[in-house]
Design a protein around this ligand. Structure first.
Ligand code: ATP
Ligand code: MG
Length: 260
């Protein structure tokens, strides 16, 4: 059965795309078939997977939204790019920035993506959605379509503070739009283990949220090599296979697999 995981946090720059990429490619490495969805007008996931100019692409997530909202037939495979063995991508681009106004009057506008994915799900073991840093209509669609939400949080004061709002929003979506939605876990990212500051933040996240929300034991370390993967369009497993970030993302992948 297919599992849909949304990688979400309305705070920018916390490691969502890096996590989506390395979790998705990690699952593929473990033999799972994976569809990655770039739900961000910045197109960062598309760029990181080698599609250098997403704004020039014509068949993207926005077009799927548009066609689905208009109840048009979507040809099988439309908008799905093959990346490598076991990995497909629905790219996202700047057009997604128009979603808010484009679908304001669409009936059931929060579940456009879920309706579309219901037809695609049977082909994949996992669908990983990289969300944009906002809680607008596209992110609400991702959370409505998802079975699980994985929340990357940078180990720093302000990103951790923003968690409360996100968890509240997830609760609201669970109650009103997607009863099945569960939090896969909070994932601490860019953890600089050499500083007491980072250790304090990690402890604080476990203390404040750990009782009500799963927090992954595995943490993603601060790593220049991880930061470079987008630019070289390689997974951390290819780019720096022996590094600590590859080890951490590999452990995260195994934990997600074990969670079923
Ligand atoms: P946005 O909200 O803009 O979509 P994001 O949450 O997707 O951002 P990323 O793009 O994954 O965040 O990461 C933000 C920046 O931090 C990028 O420059 C990325 O290369 C870098 N980065 C990601 N993970 C790490 C890490 N473990 N160590 C150091 N730098 C990292
Ligand atoms: Mg991103």
């Amino acid at each position: 059965m297919c599992k849909v995981i949304a990688i979400a946090n309305q705070k920018g720059g916390v490691g969502k795309t890096t996590t989506a990429m390395n979790l998705g490619l990690g699952l593929a490495k473990e033999g799972k078939s994976v569809l990655m969805i770039d739900a961000d007008p910045q197109g960062s996931l598309s760029i990181s997977l080698g599609f250098r100019e997403p704004d020039k692409l014509t068949d993207t997530l926005f077009d799927i939204f548009r066609m689905e909202a208009a109840d048009e037939d979507i040809a099988p495979g439309y908008g799905i790019m093959h990346v490598k063995e076991n990995v497909d991508l629905i790219p996202g681009n700047i057009n997604l920035a128009m979603a808010e106004i484009s679908f304001a009057n669409t009936l059931c506008r929060e579940s456009i993506l879920r309706t579309y994915l219901d037809d695609v799900k049977e082909i994949y073991d996992f669908i990983v959605i990289d969300c944009m840093p906002s809680l607008g209509i596209v992110t609400v669609n991702a959370l409505t379509a998802a079975d699980k939400v994985l929340i990357p949080v940078q180990a720093a004061y302000l990103p951790v503070k923003g968690l409360q709002q996100l968890i509240k929003t997830i609760g609201m979506i669970k109650r009103s739009l997607n009863l099945e939605l569960e939090i896969e876990g909070i994932l601490l990212t860019m953890v600089d283990a050499r500083t007491n500051y980072a250790r304090d933040i990690v402890t604080q996240v476990h203390e404040v949220y750990g009782k009500t929300v799963p927090v992954f034991e595995i943490e993603i370390p601060l790593s220049v090599r991880a930061a470079e993967t987008s630019a070289v369009a390689q997974s951390i497993y290819e780019y720096d296979p022996k590094g600590k970030a590859a080890f951490a993302y590999s452990a995260l992948t195994k934990e997600v697999l074990a969670n079923g």
